[in-house]
Design a protein around this ligand. Structure first.
Ligand SMILES: [Zn+2]
Length: 320
């Protein structure tokens, strides 16, 4: 069957994006780096759907698909995609690949269904699919695509499964760091990576999330308070990490303690090369690192004091 490639689909989405928002950005790999207005619009759409179809309890993307009469197949489809949305004879059909996402109700499967629903509910995506000849769109839901359409669908999925108000309520009550991420992932039925990105994006507390493949840096996501405090560039070479650091130990495949992750105190200068040792921004950070099976390692950093406490003096000193 002729299938629209990811690139063709992305080209169509970028054209439609340009018409509404001006030039479509060249996005680095990683979680959604879209225009703030676009992110807000997609988050609002996803949260409204969550409220309409799953007003209480957990969000069930399958229920939303059925309500829209989108048919679904769950099966072992090899390695080429996590999910796929196909448009045929006026109907949409969703494939969920159990070879890659685990069970049909696993966090990764739920995210994949939510991501494909994003391709359906975001008007530009649905129209591009419906306008194509025998089109289908394959997705890898790994937060690592530089593709505009994929980042929009990932952003939709995160906000569908962890809708704004409900997420903020629980995130504010959760403990800081990975303990909180783990409890939020459980509460919302998502992967740790999706929950960690959502925590950083919501900026409930200042933090930075760095994702590693087993042999290299993959991407990072800074909460807006971390970015504003000018903690921006991070270490990206695994060999620059102290060998006894939580991240280096996790990347060396050492077995973590029973809670599931390594943890130690560190300093901002150890992680942010532009911060000089001993300078006023060289605050104490908590570094936590958790192995994610075949997906690598996730590092979570946050100030031990809960905030950066740089205040006005930070601006005065760096603006000189
Ligand atoms: Zn996709």
């Amino acid at each position: 069957m002729a299938r629209m490639s990811g690139r063709q689909f992305d080209r169509q989405i970028r054209r439609r994006y340009r018409r509404r928002f001006g030039e479509a950005p060249d996005l680095p790999a990683g979680p959604a780096r879209l225009a703030e207005s676009r992110k807000a619009e997609i988050a609002e759409l996803a949260e409204a759907l969550a409220g309409e179809h799953c007003p209480a309890g957990s969000i069930e993307p399958g229920r939303i698909a059925r309500a829209k009469r989108i048919t679904m197949s769950f099966g072992p489809y090899g390695e080429a995609f996590d999910g796929m949305l196909e448009h045929k004879a006026g109907r949409f059909h969703l494939f969920c690949n159990l070879d890659r996402v685990g069970r049909g109700d696993a966090p990764r499967a739920r995210f994949t269904l939510a991501h494909e629903l994003g391709h359906y509910y975001i008007d530009e995506h649905r129209l591009a699919l419906a306008a194509g000849r025998a089109p289908a769109h394959r997705s890898l839901c790994d937060h690592e695509s530089p593709n505009l359409a994929e980042q929009e669908a990932d952003h939709f999925a995160a906000n569908l499964l962890m809708p704004g108000v409900r997420f903020l309520d629980k995130a504010r009550a959760a403990p800081p760091g990975l303990a909180g991420v783990i409890s939020l992932a459980k509460a919302f039925g998502t992967s740790l990576t999706a929950a960690a990105i959502r925590c950083a994006a919501a900026d409930v507390r200042p933090c930075a999330v760095v994702k590693w493949s087993w042999n290299r840096y993959a991407w990072k996501w800074l909460s807006s308070s971390t970015f504003r405090a000018r903690f921006r560039r991070t270490v990206e070479a695994p060999e620059k990490l102290p060998p006894d650091s939580p991240t280096a130990r996790a990347l060396a495949r050492q077995a973590p303690p029973q809670r599931g992750y390594f943890q130690a105190g560190t300093t901002a200068s150890a992680w942010f090369p532009r911060v000089k040792p001993g300078e006023f921004r060289d605050v104490i950070l908590i570094e936590q690192a958790i192995p994610l099976g075949r997906f690598g390692v996730l590092t979570f950093l946050y100030p031990e004091a809960g905030k950066y406490q740089l205040g006005d003096s930070a601006d005065a000193r760096t603006d000189k």
